[in-house]
Design a protein around this ligand. Structure first.
Ligand code: ADP
Ligand code: NI
Length: 212
């Protein structure tokens, strides 16, 4: 591994692990890093740009209901620039890595301007799907004060409006299943489809257990 990457890991691991948010801890960063590596190698991306971006993409953690939430990825890009400079990245590399970090945010809705950015978006969105995605959604819901896992009489909304601030499961339909259709890369699309299918199996099991 590039020794500069190892230095970045040493500098940020503690920041992630002490933010009190299991959905954005260092394990999230490692999963996103591995996904970026795997898609990046298959598609010929520049890993010297993509991997540091993966390590630093959430280095500033802004709570969901905070007014600066939409600026989080821009703030992370700024913070990242200082860290990257301190371990020897060039100004040109830092500029490219900052763009990838800035564009990654789903809520910001940026169209990726390069392959590395497209992969970074896919990798971060894949982590919101599948078994990990279910754990993250439930944890986030609890943290946001969402009072119920599911609607008491209509778990899967068909006649009622979706409300993911009241029912955690509704977030699957408000956002998560939509991510499956929004992947940029072919590898991302295939994996997102597999993870989406697993989430559907989970819902079938849940419905069976609670008879709603
Ligand atoms: P981004 O940081 O790219 O804007 P989010 O913060 O929306 O993306 O997503 C990060 C995680 O938060 C995801 O795993 C997602 O499932 C979870 N999350 C966001 N909003 C909710 C919600 N209302 N209920 C449950 N989970 C949520
Ligand atoms: Ni992330």
């Amino acid at each position: 591994m590039d020794s500069r990457l190892e230095k970045v890991i040493d500098l940020v691991r503690g920041t992630y692990d002490s933010n009190g948010d299991p959905s954005h801890d260092f394990a999230h960063i490692l999963r996103v890093l591995n996904t970026c590596k795997s898609i990046g190698l298959k598609s010929g991306a520049d890993l010297t740009i993509l991997l540091p971006a993966a390590l630093l993409h959430d280095v500033i953690n802004v709570p969901k209901n905070h007014p600066d939430r939409l600026r989080a990825s821009e703030m992370a890009a700024q913070e990242a620039a200082g860290i990257l400079k301190s371990v020897g990245y060039s100004d040109d590399e830092i500029k490219k890595i900052s763009v990838v970090i800035h564009e990654h945010s789903y809520s910001l809705g940026k169209t990726p301007s390069c392959l590395e950015s497209a992969i970074m978006q896919d990798a971060d969105r894949l982590d919101a799907l599948g078994a990990v995605g279910i754990m993250r959604a439930v944890t986030c819901a609890a943290k946001m004060g969402t009072p119920r896992y599911y609607h008491p009489t209509e778990m899967i909304a068909s006649t009622r409006a979706l409300d993911d601030r009241t029912y955690a499961i509704d977030h699957f339909f408000v956002k998560l299943f939509k991510l499956v259709e929004k992947m940029n890369t072919e590898e991302g699309r295939l994996e997102a489809k597999r993870r989406g299918e697993f989430m559907n199996q989970f819902l079938t099991q849940l419905k069976g257990e609670v008879s709603v």
